[in-house]
Design a protein around this ligand. Structure first.
Ligand code: SF4
Length: 327
């Protein structure tokens, strides 16, 4: 949950999740709709799907107990080298490196390295360095050492020219600080600009219900529920035509404010319409007419649609944390 998201933002989601699914067995058995609903607002829904796949493997292969060996942990869906090292060291005290973005920044600065931290070989190099340290110093607690490095990166050795070297406990060993290079290290690959997609969102309702549609099982926001939407920026006349194709006979179409939602690799620039219908029977396959309270309770609608669900009385929780990767 904490990847790309602040602890404060995650806290309520974490409590809600572990209250409902307190152990590996309950996660393994959870129905998909409920699982996605519990994750709603956190984005990157593939993570929770992978957690469930991993939980099922742990139940079937390891008798319900998470393996301790980082090599076995890494074979579980959704667990990479960093998570395997973090779990093995913090939960089981095993000397294993847990090198995340913060730690890469700290180690690059400490060693004065100008190697690009987006290069997997550089990560492996720093993982080897941490492993050597953990193995050579018996007095080091692997979990505490890894967490100390992460905290140093999260609280002191900050990015974007914000490094607090005057307060840093390791400044006397830091090559970047000695050479005043802390603002030019670490080196990163330039980011590709995000692709912009224009979409038209239809917020459809009659007196009691609204229309939702299940997204395909692959791709962006896979398997989640969405408001009907179409590629491009449609005119009122095109919205009327599109509504009829879905089986809706609008009595009124009203433009809504534009909205932008930023995903990791793509931006949606959205134009919206409120589509009022007298009744919502006879919808095309894949579309559902559902009462707003039921949608809010049972169906996971990503916050990308939040600007428009408010016109349908469907409320979202916190919306600033949601994002999504392509699968
Ligand atoms: Fe980071 Fe500055 Fe500490 Fe070096 S001295 S590790 S650059 S905060």
């Amino acid at each position: 949950m904490l990847q790309q998201t602040r602890v404060e933002a995650v806290r309520p989601y974490f409590h809600r999740f572990v209250n409902e699914l307190p152990d590996i067995a309950s996660l393994a058995q959870c129905d998909e709709e409920k699982l996605l609903k519990l994750w709603e607002g956190l984005g990157y829904y593939n993570r929770v799907r992978n957690m469930q796949k991993a939980a099922r493997i742990v139940m079937e292969t390891y008798g319900g107990e998470l393996p301790h060996d980082p090599g076995l942990l890494k074979k579980l869906p959704g667990i990479g080298s960093y998570t395997a090292g973090a779990v093995a060291s913090a939960a089981y005290g095993i000397p294993a490196p847990a090198v995340d973005g913060n730690v890469l920044r700290v180690l690059s600065r400490l060693t004065g390295s100008y190697a690009c931290i987006d290069d997997p070989k550089v990560r492996v190099h720093f993982e080897d360095l941490v492993l050597d340290l953990l193995n050579s110093e018996e007095s080091l607690d692997p979990g505490e050492f890894n967490q100390a490095l992460m905290e140093l990166g999260a609280l002191v050795c900050l990015p974007n020219g914000q490094a607090r070297c005057a307060e840093c406990p390791v400044s006397d060993q830091c090559i970047a600080f000695r050479n005043a290079h802390q603002d030019s290290i670490p080196v990163r690959k330039p980011k590709k600009p995000r692709r912009v997609e224009h979409r038209t969102i239809l917020a459809v309702r009659d007196a009691t219900r609204t229309v939702i549609h299940k997204r395909p099982q692959r791709g962006l926001l896979a398997g989640l529920w969405e408001l009907p939407n179409l590629e491009g920026e449609l005119t009122d006349a095109q919205v009327l035509e599109a509504s009829r194709r879905i089986g809706i006979n609008p009595v009124r179409i009203t433009p809504l404010p534009d909205s932008i939602h930023i995903f990791s690799h793509v931006e949606w620039h959205m134009k919206g319409y409120l589509v009022l219908a007298e009744e919502l029977d006879g919808l095309a396959d894949g579309y559902l007419a559902v009462e707003p309270e039921r949608t809010q309770r049972e169906y996971s609608v990503p916050s990308a649609f939040a600007r428009y669900t408010e016109y349908l009385n469907i409320r979202h929780g916190q919306q600033n944390t949601e994002n999504e990767d392509f699968q």
